[in-house]
Design a protein around this ligand. Structure first.
Ligand code: CP
Ligand code: NVA
Length: 313
Protein backbone atom coordinates (compact mmCIF):
# COMPACT_ATOMS: atom_id res chain seq x y z
CA UNK A 1 0.00 0.00 0.00
CA UNK A 2 1.65 3.23 -1.16
CA UNK A 3 1.13 6.56 0.61
CA UNK A 4 -1.54 8.81 -0.92
CA UNK A 5 0.08 11.98 -2.33
CA UNK A 6 -1.25 15.07 -0.56
CA UNK A 7 -2.79 16.50 -3.75
CA UNK A 8 -4.89 13.31 -4.10
CA UNK A 9 -6.34 13.54 -0.58
CA UNK A 10 -10.11 13.98 -0.64
CA UNK A 11 -11.39 17.19 0.95
CA UNK A 12 -14.28 17.04 3.39
CA UNK A 13 -17.51 18.64 2.24
CA UNK A 14 -18.16 20.54 5.50
CA UNK A 15 -15.75 23.30 6.51
CA UNK A 16 -16.06 22.45 10.20
CA UNK A 17 -16.25 19.37 12.37
CA UNK A 18 -18.58 20.72 15.05
CA UNK A 19 -20.34 17.36 15.47
CA UNK A 20 -20.38 13.88 13.92
CA UNK A 21 -23.21 15.08 11.67
CA UNK A 22 -20.67 17.09 9.63
CA UNK A 23 -19.23 13.91 8.08
CA UNK A 24 -20.94 11.34 5.88
CA UNK A 25 -20.10 7.64 5.76
CA UNK A 26 -17.95 7.94 2.60
CA UNK A 27 -15.93 10.72 4.17
CA UNK A 28 -15.36 8.69 7.33
CA UNK A 29 -14.18 5.75 5.21
CA UNK A 30 -11.72 8.05 3.36
CA UNK A 31 -10.54 9.43 6.67
CA UNK A 32 -9.89 5.93 8.03
CA UNK A 33 -8.06 4.96 4.83
CA UNK A 34 -5.79 8.00 5.05
CA UNK A 35 -5.19 7.36 8.77
CA UNK A 36 -4.00 3.82 7.94
CA UNK A 37 -1.52 5.26 5.42
CA UNK A 38 -0.32 7.89 7.87
CA UNK A 39 0.19 5.27 10.57
CA UNK A 40 2.17 3.13 8.11
CA UNK A 41 4.20 5.99 6.52
CA UNK A 42 4.27 8.91 8.99
CA UNK A 43 7.33 10.55 7.41
CA UNK A 44 5.59 10.90 4.05
CA UNK A 45 3.19 13.36 5.67
CA UNK A 46 5.85 15.32 7.58
CA UNK A 47 5.25 18.49 5.53
CA UNK A 48 1.54 18.14 4.83
CA UNK A 49 0.61 21.06 7.10
CA UNK A 50 3.75 23.07 6.51
CA UNK A 51 3.16 26.78 7.12
CA UNK A 52 -0.17 26.14 8.90
CA UNK A 53 -0.86 27.32 12.43
CA UNK A 54 -3.63 25.87 14.56
CA UNK A 55 -4.88 27.07 17.93
CA UNK A 56 -6.20 24.71 20.58
CA UNK A 57 -8.78 26.51 22.75
CA UNK A 58 -9.61 24.27 25.73
CA UNK A 59 -12.14 25.01 28.48
CA UNK A 60 -11.58 21.61 30.13
CA UNK A 61 -8.50 19.54 31.06
CA UNK A 62 -7.03 17.05 28.60
CA UNK A 63 -4.12 14.63 28.28
CA UNK A 64 -4.78 12.60 25.12
CA UNK A 65 -6.62 15.13 22.98
CA UNK A 66 -4.26 17.99 23.67
CA UNK A 67 -1.07 15.98 23.20
CA UNK A 68 -2.24 14.08 20.13
CA UNK A 69 -3.47 17.25 18.42
CA UNK A 70 -0.29 19.15 19.25
CA UNK A 71 1.85 16.25 17.99
CA UNK A 72 -0.35 15.69 14.94
CA UNK A 73 0.15 19.35 13.97
CA UNK A 74 3.89 19.40 14.69
CA UNK A 75 4.62 16.03 13.03
CA UNK A 76 2.93 17.24 9.83
CA UNK A 77 4.94 20.47 9.71
CA UNK A 78 2.48 22.89 11.33
CA UNK A 79 2.56 25.11 14.42
CA UNK A 80 0.32 24.45 17.42
CA UNK A 81 -0.65 27.08 20.01
CA UNK A 82 -2.51 26.10 23.19
CA UNK A 83 -4.82 28.35 25.21
CA UNK A 84 -6.81 27.24 28.26
CA UNK A 85 -9.77 29.11 29.73
CA UNK A 86 -13.48 29.74 29.37
CA UNK A 87 -14.13 30.91 25.79
CA UNK A 88 -16.03 34.17 25.82
CA UNK A 89 -15.37 34.96 29.51
CA UNK A 90 -12.88 37.80 29.03
CA UNK A 91 -14.37 39.12 25.80
CA UNK A 92 -17.24 38.21 23.49
CA UNK A 93 -16.89 34.89 21.73
CA UNK A 94 -17.24 36.57 18.35
CA UNK A 95 -14.16 38.68 19.13
CA UNK A 96 -12.20 35.55 20.08
CA UNK A 97 -13.21 34.00 16.73
CA UNK A 98 -12.19 37.09 14.75
CA UNK A 99 -8.83 37.28 16.52
CA UNK A 100 -8.20 33.65 15.57
CA UNK A 101 -9.10 34.44 11.95
CA UNK A 102 -6.17 36.83 11.79
CA UNK A 103 -3.62 34.51 13.36
CA UNK A 104 -4.26 30.84 12.64
CA UNK A 105 -5.66 28.47 10.01
CA UNK A 106 -7.97 26.44 12.25
CA UNK A 107 -9.36 26.18 15.77
CA UNK A 108 -9.53 22.96 17.76
CA UNK A 109 -11.95 23.62 20.63
CA UNK A 110 -12.83 21.65 23.78
CA UNK A 111 -15.85 23.23 25.46
CA UNK A 112 -18.61 22.73 27.98
CA UNK A 113 -21.54 23.79 25.80
CA UNK A 114 -21.90 22.45 22.28
CA UNK A 115 -23.28 25.89 21.37
CA UNK A 116 -19.85 27.45 22.06
CA UNK A 117 -18.33 25.33 19.28
CA UNK A 118 -21.22 26.13 16.96
CA UNK A 119 -20.93 29.87 17.64
CA UNK A 120 -17.17 29.76 17.03
CA UNK A 121 -17.86 28.06 13.69
CA UNK A 122 -20.43 30.74 12.82
CA UNK A 123 -18.19 33.65 13.76
CA UNK A 124 -14.83 32.39 12.42
CA UNK A 125 -13.96 32.09 8.75
CA UNK A 126 -11.47 29.28 9.52
CA UNK A 127 -12.38 25.63 10.23
CA UNK A 128 -13.42 24.70 13.77
CA UNK A 129 -12.91 21.15 15.08
CA UNK A 130 -14.77 19.77 18.10
CA UNK A 131 -12.23 18.29 20.53
CA UNK A 132 -15.06 17.33 22.97
CA UNK A 133 -18.13 19.15 24.16
CA UNK A 134 -20.82 18.09 26.62
CA UNK A 135 -22.70 16.56 23.68
CA UNK A 136 -20.11 15.03 21.32
CA UNK A 137 -16.55 13.71 21.08
CA UNK A 138 -16.20 13.10 17.34
CA UNK A 139 -12.39 12.81 17.21
CA UNK A 140 -12.55 10.07 19.85
CA UNK A 141 -15.24 8.10 18.00
CA UNK A 142 -13.45 8.40 14.65
CA UNK A 143 -10.21 7.13 16.17
CA UNK A 144 -12.16 4.30 17.82
CA UNK A 145 -13.65 3.28 14.46
CA UNK A 146 -10.08 3.25 13.12
CA UNK A 147 -9.00 1.02 16.02
CA UNK A 148 -11.92 -1.36 15.47
CA UNK A 149 -11.07 -1.58 11.77
CA UNK A 150 -7.45 -2.26 12.64
CA UNK A 151 -8.48 -5.14 14.93
CA UNK A 152 -11.37 -6.66 13.01
CA UNK A 153 -10.96 -5.55 9.38
CA UNK A 154 -14.50 -5.04 8.20
CA UNK A 155 -16.71 -2.73 10.25
CA UNK A 156 -20.01 -3.59 8.56
CA UNK A 157 -22.01 -5.84 10.89
CA UNK A 158 -19.49 -5.65 13.77
CA UNK A 159 -21.19 -5.46 17.20
CA UNK A 160 -20.11 -2.68 19.56
CA UNK A 161 -21.71 -2.40 23.02
CA UNK A 162 -21.44 0.70 25.20
CA UNK A 163 -22.34 0.32 28.88
CA UNK A 164 -22.69 3.35 31.14
CA UNK A 165 -23.70 6.97 30.71
CA UNK A 166 -25.53 8.14 27.57
CA UNK A 167 -22.87 10.88 27.27
CA UNK A 168 -20.77 12.69 24.66
CA UNK A 169 -18.66 9.61 23.87
CA UNK A 170 -21.75 7.38 23.62
CA UNK A 171 -23.42 9.89 21.28
CA UNK A 172 -20.45 10.10 18.92
CA UNK A 173 -19.89 6.34 18.90
CA UNK A 174 -23.58 5.80 18.17
CA UNK A 175 -23.50 8.22 15.24
CA UNK A 176 -20.24 6.90 13.75
CA UNK A 177 -21.44 3.32 14.14
CA UNK A 178 -24.67 4.12 12.32
CA UNK A 179 -22.74 5.77 9.47
CA UNK A 180 -20.40 2.80 9.07
CA UNK A 181 -22.86 -0.08 9.47
CA UNK A 182 -21.61 -1.07 12.94
CA UNK A 183 -24.32 -2.68 15.13
CA UNK A 184 -24.46 -0.55 18.26
CA UNK A 185 -26.05 -1.47 21.61
CA UNK A 186 -26.18 1.00 24.46
CA UNK A 187 -27.12 0.14 28.06
CA UNK A 188 -27.68 3.03 30.46
CA UNK A 189 -29.56 3.56 33.73
CA UNK A 190 -33.07 4.90 33.01
CA UNK A 191 -32.23 8.49 34.01
CA UNK A 192 -29.03 8.62 31.94
CA UNK A 193 -30.23 7.76 28.46
CA UNK A 194 -28.72 9.40 25.37
CA UNK A 195 -30.21 12.58 23.89
CA UNK A 196 -33.33 11.51 21.94
CA UNK A 197 -32.57 13.98 19.11
CA UNK A 198 -29.21 12.28 18.55
CA UNK A 199 -30.77 8.82 18.77
CA UNK A 200 -33.26 9.84 16.09
CA UNK A 201 -30.47 10.86 13.68
CA UNK A 202 -28.53 7.67 14.43
CA UNK A 203 -31.65 5.54 13.89
CA UNK A 204 -32.18 7.13 10.47
CA UNK A 205 -28.55 6.55 9.45
CA UNK A 206 -28.52 2.99 10.83
CA UNK A 207 -31.55 2.16 8.72
CA UNK A 208 -29.74 3.44 5.62
CA UNK A 209 -26.54 1.44 6.29
CA UNK A 210 -28.31 -1.72 7.50
CA UNK A 211 -26.88 -1.41 11.02
CA UNK A 212 -28.86 -2.19 14.14
CA UNK A 213 -29.17 0.28 17.00
CA UNK A 214 -30.44 -0.94 20.34
CA UNK A 215 -30.98 1.19 23.46
CA UNK A 216 -31.63 -0.76 26.65
CA UNK A 217 -31.32 -0.54 30.43
CA UNK A 218 -29.88 -4.06 30.62
CA UNK A 219 -26.07 -4.28 30.41
CA UNK A 220 -26.15 -8.05 29.83
CA UNK A 221 -28.51 -7.61 26.89
CA UNK A 222 -26.23 -4.95 25.41
CA UNK A 223 -22.99 -6.94 25.62
CA UNK A 224 -24.29 -10.39 24.71
CA UNK A 225 -22.26 -11.59 21.71
CA UNK A 226 -20.57 -8.17 21.29
CA UNK A 227 -17.12 -8.04 19.65
CA UNK A 228 -16.25 -4.86 21.54
CA UNK A 229 -17.39 -3.63 24.96
CA UNK A 230 -16.89 0.07 25.64
CA UNK A 231 -17.37 2.19 28.74
CA UNK A 232 -16.60 5.70 29.97
CA UNK A 233 -16.66 7.53 33.30
CA UNK A 234 -20.01 7.78 35.11
CA UNK A 235 -19.53 11.51 35.79
CA UNK A 236 -17.99 13.51 32.96
CA UNK A 237 -15.97 16.70 33.24
CA UNK A 238 -18.28 19.36 34.67
CA UNK A 239 -20.43 16.75 36.49
CA UNK A 240 -18.00 16.13 39.36
CA UNK A 241 -20.54 17.30 41.96
CA UNK A 242 -23.01 14.64 40.74
CA UNK A 243 -20.46 11.80 41.13
CA UNK A 244 -21.79 10.39 44.42
CA UNK A 245 -25.41 10.51 43.27
CA UNK A 246 -24.57 8.92 39.92
CA UNK A 247 -22.59 6.09 41.54
CA UNK A 248 -25.82 4.83 43.14
CA UNK A 249 -27.42 4.29 39.74
CA UNK A 250 -24.38 3.15 37.79
CA UNK A 251 -23.00 0.34 39.99
CA UNK A 252 -24.91 -2.37 38.03
CA UNK A 253 -23.32 -1.00 34.85
CA UNK A 254 -19.71 -1.69 35.85
CA UNK A 255 -17.72 -3.55 33.19
CA UNK A 256 -16.20 -6.42 35.15
CA UNK A 257 -15.06 -9.97 34.33
CA UNK A 258 -18.58 -11.32 34.75
CA UNK A 259 -20.01 -8.88 32.22
CA UNK A 260 -17.11 -9.40 29.78
CA UNK A 261 -17.88 -13.12 29.82
CA UNK A 262 -21.26 -12.41 28.21
CA UNK A 263 -19.53 -10.88 25.18
CA UNK A 264 -17.84 -12.99 22.51
CA UNK A 265 -14.71 -14.80 23.73
CA UNK A 266 -12.59 -12.70 21.34
CA UNK A 267 -14.23 -9.42 22.40
CA UNK A 268 -12.04 -6.40 23.06
CA UNK A 269 -12.48 -3.93 25.92
CA UNK A 270 -12.46 -0.23 25.02
CA UNK A 271 -12.40 3.02 27.01
CA UNK A 272 -11.67 6.57 25.84
CA UNK A 273 -9.72 7.25 29.08
CA UNK A 274 -9.25 8.68 31.63
CA UNK A 275 -10.73 5.70 33.50
CA UNK A 276 -11.82 5.38 37.11
CA UNK A 277 -10.76 1.86 37.99
CA UNK A 278 -13.19 0.24 40.42
CA UNK A 279 -16.07 2.36 39.12
CA UNK A 280 -17.06 1.95 35.47
CA UNK A 281 -14.38 -0.72 34.90
CA UNK A 282 -12.49 -3.09 37.14
CA UNK A 283 -8.71 -3.15 37.24
CA UNK A 284 -8.88 -6.76 36.10
CA UNK A 285 -10.72 -5.87 32.85
CA UNK A 286 -8.73 -2.78 31.92
CA UNK A 287 -5.44 -4.63 32.55
CA UNK A 288 -6.56 -7.82 30.76
CA UNK A 289 -5.28 -9.02 27.38
CA UNK A 290 -8.67 -8.05 25.94
CA UNK A 291 -8.10 -4.38 26.74
CA UNK A 292 -7.08 -2.18 23.80
CA UNK A 293 -7.37 1.17 25.57
CA UNK A 294 -3.79 2.30 24.87
CA UNK A 295 -4.06 1.43 21.18
CA UNK A 296 -7.17 3.62 21.11
CA UNK A 297 -5.17 6.45 22.67
CA UNK A 298 -2.27 5.98 20.22
CA UNK A 299 -4.63 6.01 17.26
CA UNK A 300 -5.98 9.44 18.21
CA UNK A 301 -2.68 10.75 16.79
CA UNK A 302 -2.93 9.06 13.39
CA UNK A 303 -6.63 9.76 12.93
CA UNK A 304 -6.29 13.45 13.85
CA UNK A 305 -3.40 13.86 11.39
CA UNK A 306 -5.68 12.47 8.69
CA UNK A 307 -8.51 14.76 9.78
CA UNK A 308 -6.34 17.88 9.76
CA UNK A 309 -4.88 16.99 6.37
CA UNK A 310 -8.33 16.38 4.88
CA UNK A 311 -9.60 19.66 6.31
CA UNK A 312 -6.59 21.88 5.68
CA UNK A 313 -3.93 20.52 3.32
N1 CP B 1 -10.04 10.54 25.63
C1 CP B 1 -9.78 11.85 25.79
O1 CP B 1 -10.32 12.73 25.09
O2 CP B 1 -8.86 12.10 26.75
P1 CP B 1 -8.45 13.54 27.32
O3 CP B 1 -9.63 14.08 28.08
O4 CP B 1 -7.25 13.29 28.16
O5 CP B 1 -8.14 14.43 26.14
N1 NVA C 1 -17.22 11.65 28.97
C1 NVA C 1 -15.92 12.10 29.36
C2 NVA C 1 -14.93 11.85 28.26
C3 NVA C 1 -13.53 12.27 28.55
C4 NVA C 1 -12.61 12.02 27.42
C5 NVA C 1 -15.98 13.57 29.72
O1 NVA C 1 -16.63 14.35 29.00
O2 NVA C 1 -15.39 13.97 30.72
Amino acid sequence: MAAVPIHDVQRLSARHLTADMDLNGDEIQSLLKLAFQIKAYPRKYAKALSGRSICLLFEKPSLRTRITFELAIKQTGGEAVFCEGRIGAREPLKDVARNMDGWVDAIVARTFDQSTIEQLAQCASIPVINALSDLYHPCQALADMFTLKEYFGDLQGLSLAFVGDGNNVAHSLMLCSAQLGVNFSLATPPAYKPDPRIVEVAMRWAKATGASLRITEDPVEAVTDARAVYTDVWASMGQENEAAERRRYFVPYQVNDELMQKARPDAVFMHCLPAKRGEEVTDSVIESSQSIVFTQAENRLHLQKALLIMMLA
